[in-house]
Design a protein around this ligand. Structure first.
Ligand SMILES: [Mn+2]
Length: 302
């Protein structure tokens, strides 16, 4: 496989600073070397340039830093689309989850995409429902065509409406939904696999269902992996930790099953915050998950 690493040191969408250092944390943890050792051809395309937060104005408190986020996401969307057109797998390193506006919308250009959103949260708020105004709580709604026009159309570049059919989207690992995003999410048609469902059915069955949702009639599956989907015991370096998440092995099996389909066309790894982390534990876990998503196995019979 040809893999393009794309760093997005973006922290405009999150409430806590430091997630802009995520791409460095993953690089220091040996991402490129690990992928190359699996036999992949890896090109690190460097980072998408992101202005310093201190040089930008916040703007609307219900859509904090919308302008710089849209600007970064426009460039990211083009970069991801270019990688896919070349037949490469884009591996996008965050940064906060608002970058998925760019990566997923870019991947969805001219493709019918399936989307698996591994996350503690729904990321399904709009400017009208958000309790914080932080855009990293809104990207999945915007991908489904809901919320601020600027986000839905990437600043007028794209048409209105859903970029991915909500019936081809599955959220896995969710355990913290805001009161006003719940009804929106319920009405959307997105498949939601909460931690309770994972407890009852097991991650194997849940992933098979999620993969089925994301496969039905699609050209490929995109994975948007928020490290806060994993239990804070294993992934302490995230801005919005919520107890009761996926275990180390559940997270790995989830991406291993996805890799096994051979239908994964791109992925985001987001919300690694080195300032909140312990000795890059979360950065190293993120790298291991990326390797599992790209075919690494504990044991493979010859
Ligand atoms: Mn998220």
């Amino acid at each position: 496989m040809q893999i393009d690493i794309i760093g997005v040191p973006l922290d405009f969408g999150a409430g806590r600073r430091g997630v802009d250092m995520g791409p460095s944390a993953l690089r220091y943890a040996g991402l490129r070397q690990g992928l190359a050792a699996l036999g992949h051809q890896v090109t690190d395309l460097g980072n998408i340039s992101v202005p310093l937060l201190e040089t930008c104005t916040m703007g609307d408190p219900h859509l904090k830093y919308m302008q710089p986020i849209v600007d970064v996401c426009q460039r990211l969307a083009e970069r991801v689309n270019t990688s896919l057109e070349a037949g490469h797998l884009p591996l996008v390193l965050g940064g906060d989850h608002s970058l998925a506006l760019g990566s997923v919308m870019g991947a969805a250009q001219g493709r019918r995409l399936g989307l698996i959103w591994l996350d503690a949260h729904g990321d399904f708020n709009t400017h009208e429902t958000t309790p914080s105004g932080n855009i990293h709580g809104m990207p999945l709604a915007a991908i489904c065509g809901l919320g601020a026009q600027e986000l839905v159309t990437l600043g007028g570049r794209l048409r209105e409406g859903a970029k991915v059919d909500p019936h081809n989207i599955a959220i896995v690992g969710v355990r913290d939904l805001d009161a006003r995003e719940k009804p929106l999410l319920r009405a959307s048609g997105v498949a939601v696999y909460s931690m309770e469902t994972i407890d009852r059915l097991g991650i194997n069955e849940v992933m098979h269902r999620a993969i089925e949702v994301a496969s039905r009639g699609t050209d490929g599956i995109y994975l948007s992996l928020d490290l806060d989907g994993i239990d804070p015991m294993f992934a302490p370096g995230v801005g919005t930790p919520v107890p009761g998440g996926l275990t180390y092995r559940e997270a790995h099996l989830a991406v291993e099953l996805l890799a096994e389909t051979g239908r994964l066309i791109g992925l985001d790894i987001v919300e690694v915050n080195p300032i909140l982390d312990h000795r890059n534990t979360t950065g190293e876990l993120a790298v291991q998950l990326a390797l599992s998503a790209c075919g690494k196995r504990i044991w493979q019979e010859l």
